[in-house]
Design a protein around this ligand. Sequence first.
Ligand code: SF4
Length: 551
Amino acid sequence: MNELVLLGDEAVALGAIHAGVSGCFGYPGTPSTEILEYIIDTVEHSGGPVAQWCANEKTAYETALGVSFAGKRALVTMKHVGLNVAADPFMNSSLCQIKGGLVCVVADDPSMHSSQGEQDTRFYADFAMVPLFEPVNQQEAYEMMAEAFEVSEKWQVPVILRMVTRLSHSRAHITTVTAPRNENILEKGSPADWMLLPALARKNYAKMIDKQDDLVSWSNAWERNTLKLNPARKDLAIITSGLGRNYFDENLADYTAACGEKGLPSILHVAGMPLPLDKIRALADTAETILVIEEGMPFIEKQLRGLIPGKNRVTGKFTGELPRAGELNPDTVRAALGLPVKKTILDSVSVPELPARPPQLCKGCPHHDSYTSLNKAVEILNTKEGKVSTVVTADIGCYALGAVAPLKAIETIVCMGASIGMARGAAEAGYKYAFGVIGDSTFLHSGITGLVDAVSTKTPVTIIILDNSIVAMTGCQPTMLPSSQLEQIVLGVGVEKEHLRIVDAKPNLVEDNTKVILEEAEYRGVSVIIMVRECLEAARLRKKKEAIANG
Ligand code: SF4
């Protein structure tokens, strides 16, 4: 055994390594990034599985699927919205008879600390009818990885392990196993199990449906789904899940004092899916009302209404005992339990209202200069036309901070790669000057296909690729291809050579770059401007590495 202090993400990573994973793939996205970073770092220093960043979550999932088909254990990591990108292979893989264990770790971001949505991955697991594990702490995150691989192989299904921001990014002590598992088998899956031709897919779908009863039986027997009954308490029973359990436990001493040891409600902790129906029914038999304390959307609460229709009053996020949006915390759970608000030191001091401090680009960031050029061009164009004739769509990355003052340069941020399609849509709708702003990594992730569409329809748009040579926002992971290849890709898609402009995003070239933007904006076809300058943080890390390499 080994004692370590790890982030939740690192515990997942080490759990996968110790479970004998052979291939690990992912796309960076907060709060999941540290999982693959930890594995890549471990491999660099002491060897281990193949660990690679991929162009996007879909290609990462597909690569992991290939490892599984070859008979070895595979891990794929992403943030919650990344699963939207990987949804096609994910959903279809649930119909394949998984060979080597396949675990997809998805980190949800309730409260949207660094995300554009609050979606809850449990709905995807339910949609695909696959098991999902939900650790409450770092130790469980570590241990559940091995269990998830075993369940994946036993029932030949992909398994999701759901993390959330607070668990991914907090550190705790964990104990690891002594003997990591070695994965040496190389034995392909059967083609009939992996070719989703309609006739075969129908059979596989029937198999998947047949597995559901077994999976529910497993979930009923799974010792992590713990049920503690108190038939004496007839008014209330509680279900906890994920971090909801931690917040309940934080209030347990006060709650016990309030209820008395013998007056505590029956409680079921749900550690994963499918839901343990027998345990839920046993709980429902004890009390009139069930309070559900779960992190994320009211998934279990919603399921209960179908599983035990009309039998109990189900309370939680739909009924207002807990907030419908955002993360839970000890205080919100405390209020749901009917405990008085806890006094803190802040109640006895008066704290002046502090001014808001919205996030900003780093001082000297190349995006600032690019946006300054774009803002000048937009102003000139609108003045010339005598009305608002410009649209500036943008994308996900550091450059999304161009939305806030003082730049206020962009008008939309929807999802990875959307800027190009949206600029094209706005141009088709009638806006004369449509600009799509996208980073180099986001362009490779899912911008290329939007550009293909625009080229095919010859829609007058100007795409601005902000090339800072790194995936900056998530901590400077490498882009999949070097900047030098962007030009070839853009030309290969069909953008005309004279309308591909490559400029330096330097402060002394702001006026020159404004002129380039104005020239290309007038072109009534697809133009691309690549604005190049290395991210400051990436430059700092590069120089540090070079200094170490040079001794
Ligand atoms: S990390 Fe790099 S790209 Fe992001 S704001 Fe800072 S300098 Fe700009």
